[in-house]
Design a protein around this ligand. Structure first.
Ligand code: HEC
Length: 154
């Protein structure tokens, strides 16, 4: 995110552009850990299949219906399942949802205005965006157990 052009491949850099611009992801997933710490609704409450009304349960304000804290995205490639109810299982499923939430869940309530129109991402843009999300994985995180085992007393 510091625009170091040597840190990522061409595809990953294209994906970062989708993340910032056409995909509007950065509007909600901002700051170094990719959560603005706000409560927002991507429309995953419909009262039928998705029954948790989120922030509304605390505030009883109808404006908060279906709002959840925006999750950070560091290590997101290895932290499935996704969303507050674990209802999504792959990054591609999430990208397809954002591309056209209305098509996936027409009865989702109080969906944010940023998601009111389909994004219209091409197949290439979807793949680029997924490869950018995969760059947020910290490999040290994956190998931690191994290295700490090494230092265990015999
Ligand atoms: C309107 C604000 C908003 C926008 C725009 C947005 N997100 Fe999200 N995102 C959220 C919220 C809120 C959640 C959690 C929803 C839930 O738990 O039901 C979420 C969840 C996610 C998750 C699941 C994380 C996890 O650990 O469960 C991923 C991945 C994600 N968003 C990626 C993206 C990408 C990629 C884009 C752009 C295409 C995007 N988001 C656009 C608000 C937003």
């Amino acid at each position: 995110m510091n625009d170091d052009s040597t840190a990522m491949s061409a595809q990953e850099i294209r994906g970062r552009t989708v993340f910032r611009e056409k995909g509007k992801c950065l509007e909600c997933h901002f700051s170094p850990d990719f959560t603005g710490d706000e409560f927002r609704s991507i429309g995953l409450f419909d009262g039928v299949k998705h029954r948790d009304s989120g922030r509304y349960l605390i505030t009883h304000d109808l404006n908060d219906l279906g709002k959840f804290k925006v999750p950070g995205l560091r290590n997101v490639a290895i932290t499935a399942p996704y969303m507050h109810d674990g209802s999504m299982h792959t990054l591609r499923e999430i990208i397809d949802y954002y591309d056209n939430p209305q098509a996936s869940l027409p009865s989702g309530k109080n969906r944010d205005r940023l998601l009111s129109k389909p994004l219209g991402l091409s197949e290439q843009e979807k793949q680029d965006l997924e490869s950018f999300l995969r760059t947020l994985t910290d490999d040290r995180f994956m190998t931690k157990t191994t290295s700490s085992n090494k230092h265990q007393p015999r």
